[in-house]
Design a protein. Structure first.
Length: 168
């Protein structure tokens, strides 16, 4: 059963998490090499229709801080009434800019420097993977509220993951 339409922003080659697979997914990315349904910047979504959910996993950190505001307002704009946003970003609370590995991932060990600036091995190959801003719980919550979202909640999930949700 289809729960509605979901816009997967900054989709890369990642599949949707299991808990969102009942939605009809539309994939959007700036990088045409990942074969998204829509090639666009998250700061300028254009006339792409309305969605029930905007899902953005580890993409907002690839924008400059001032562009995060623009992107979140775009997410808000393309949502149906009472639609919602679900976003994940690196949790930088307490992260130190060192080469010490603090997280093991399928791509390899990540250091504080990797969390702050992007996984260095990936940024060499794909400049879109650079991190240009960062978040802690308070800053992500403030950005979602500033964009117009209500019922905003952020949650630190461990493994340096921070989730933010909001309703239009």
């Amino acid at each position: 059963m289809n729960k509605g339409k979901l816009l997967h922003v900054g989709c890369g080659s990642d599949p949707l998490p299991e808990y969102l697979r009942e939605y009809e997914e539309v994939r959007l990315d700036i990088n045409e090499e990942v074969a998204p349904d829509i090639v666009a910047s998250m700061t300028s979504l254009g006339e792409i229709g309305k969605y029930d959910v905007v899902f953005c996993q580890h993409a907002l950190e690839h924008l400059h801080e001032y562009d995060v505001d623009v992107a979140l307002k775009e997410f808000y704009r393309v949502l149906n009434k009472d639609g919602g946003v679900v976003t994940f970003v690196p949790d930088l609370e307490g992260v130190e800019p060192t080469d010490e590995v603090i997280l093991d991932t399928p791509s390899g060990g990540m250091s504080g420097l990797d969390l702050l600036y992007g996984f260095r091995e990936a940024t060499i190959v794909n400049h879109y993977m650079r991190h240009l801003t960062g978040f802690i719980s308070k800053t992500l919550k403030d950005k979602l509220i500033k964009a117009g979202f209500r019922k905003v909640k952020t949650q630190r999930l461990g493994d340096y993951n921070l989730m933010g949700v909001g309703v239009k």
